[in-house]
Design a protein around this ligand. Structure first.
Ligand SMILES: [Zn+2]
Ligand SMILES: [Zn+2]
Length: 265
């Protein structure tokens, strides 16, 4: 089986991943992947979530690491970024993203207000929260993300399920649909991210229900492992491909120079 490109990979510059990019490239090749794209956490000069990302001064180092990995034979290694959306992020991202020559820009929401809701350090807050209100704010942020037109792919569409704090499917559907409509309007793809299988949620992001809603809207899918160690590259892609096919997808998105093509699955 040929695997789709892995378009979500981190590097040690984010302070919570290990392994040099060239090791990720070698692991990818050994697993039979032919294409991958690094998408480490974007720098944020305004101080947003500083502990989880490279500083702007480290960005040239990131470029060099990816460049080195891209010289590895037998695998295409692209240069991308995972850029957070939060209110006010555009003042830096809007002029900056376009100038870097990225292959892909993932758009992700990891913070609601002042709460890094997917960070285990702040997990206690989940137990004190109104779950429907949290999920509702999250999907509103995703809709706002799509409206910026800054990003190519939505990362881990239902990330709030990471620690198992779920809401009933009918409510989820009602909250997610307006965001999915905006994602479709913005001609973005969504990510099928296998990291959810390695978290307490024990499920790919997004759930089958949300993937079906995306498919109904002809929103393409890109595949990502969200690897933070070399051996996680391409992790569980067999399950992700099976899920995509089960929902009716026959093609996977690939990005180069922020241009999308669709490869047969
Ligand atoms: Zn990370
Ligand atoms: Zn992320």
């Amino acid at each position: 089986m040929t695997f789709p490109p892995d378009t979500h990979l981190h590097t040690p510059l984010c302070n919570h991943a290990v392994g040099e990019p060239i090791e990720y490239a070698r692991c990818a090749r050994s697993k039979g992947l032919t294409e991958m794209c690094f998408t480490d956490h974007v720098p944020a000069p305004d101080g947003y979530d500083a502990e989880s990302r490279m500083r702007l001064e480290q960005f040239p180092e990131y470029r060099d690491m990816v460049e080195e990995a891209s010289r590895e034979k037998g695998i295409f290694a692209g240069f991308g970024i995972e850029a957070d959306y939060y209110p006010g992020c555009q003042s830096f991202l809007d002029p900056w993203l376009d100038r870097q020559g990225f292959d892909v820009v993932l758009g992700s929401v990891h913070v609601i207000g002042d709460w890094g809701f997917d960070n285990p350090i702040y997990m206690k807050r989940w137990r004190e929260s109104d779950l429907v209100a949290v999920w509702s704010r999250y999907f509103q942020l995703l809709a706002d993300l799509a409206d910026t037109r800054l990003y190519d792919v939505v990362g881990h569409l239902d990330l709030p399920k990471k620690f198992g704090y779920r809401i009933p499917d009918p409510v989820l559907k009602e909250l997610a649909q307006p965001a999915l409509d905006k994602i479709a309007d913005a001609n973005m793809a969504i990510e099928l991210n296998t990291a959810g299988l390695r978290k307490p949620s024990r499920e790919i992001y997004p759930s089958r229900l949300l993937l079906e809603l995306a498919h109904d809207r002809d929103i393409p899918v890109a595949f990502g492992s969200d690897a933070h160690t070399p051996d996680e590259v391409g992790a569980d892609f067999d399950q992700a491909v099976a899920l995509a096919r089960a929902v009716g997808y026959t093609r996977a998105a690939r990005y180069r120079q922020r241009h999308r093509t669709l490869l047969p699955l």
